[in-house]
Design a protein around this ligand. Structure first.
Ligand SMILES: [Zn+2]
Length: 210
């Protein structure tokens, strides 16, 4: 019997053996927010990065399931810790709202009672007038300052004006980089939609098959 060295050789990460036998690139395993991609090109390294609303962990194609189960949560925790370090605290958000109102809309004396990060996919922020609470989408963690400021200012104006009427628009127009901020938010949403395409496609196929 001839013993082919493919299995063990590759498992050691022989960089010359890129000619793979059976496995190929396995499809990504989606667990909601976390996507694990097995890469044939990747021999040893494991990496993780944020892509839109998801965390993508790239592991070698040959990593065992047991190693995957051990390593993936570790990488996800690293990414989350990194993001937490770069994220403005909720006290920071409140202070920023105060600064923006003083600077751009001093006639608004109201301040939010609470301002919190919230997992929101459909909206960038929301403001409840009756209790003056503001929620900001956690998709803005890591966004450029002007984009976060724009959403904060928008929600802060809602403390005074509930709808998007004339007064609201006049105040919002004072924000100096509104166009840039809108472009960032629109671009983010477009990218998110593009990344979500497979899901949309699945639904489309499902609906066509019935
Ligand atoms: Zn609004």
């Amino acid at each position: 019997m001839r013993i082919s060295g493919a299995g063990q050789g590759n498992a050691q990460g022989d960089p010359l053996d890129s000619f793979d036998d059976s496995e190929g690139v396995l499809p990504g395993i989606s667990e909601g927010e976390i996507i694990v991609v097995r890469s044939n090109r990747r021999k040893k390294n494991i990496s993780a990065y944020r892509q839109g609303g998801r965390i993508v962990v790239s592991i070698p194609a040959r990593m065992s399931k047991a190693d995957e189960r051990a390593m993936v949560p570790e990488m996800v925790a690293k990414i989350r810790a990194q993001e937490a370090a770069n994220t403005m605290s909720e006290e920071g958000l409140a202070a920023r709202v105060d600064e923006l109102l003083r600077e751009l809309a001093p006639e608004i004396q109201l301040r939010p009672s609470t301002i919190t990060w919230r997992a929101m996919r459909e909206r960038w922020g929301s403001c409840t007038g009756v209790d003056r609470s503001i929620r900001i989408s956690d998709r803005l963690k890591g966004a450029p300052d002007y984009a976060l400021d724009y959403v904060l200012f928008h929600e802060a104006i809602h403390l005074q004006y509930f709808d998007h009427g004339r007064e609201f628009k006049e105040l919002l127009a004072r924000f100096p980089r509104a166009e840039l901020a809108s472009a960032y938010l629109d671009g983010y949403e477009a990218a998110e939609t593009a990344l979500a395409a497979p899901e949309v496609l699945k639904k489309l196929l499902r609906s066509q098959s019935t």
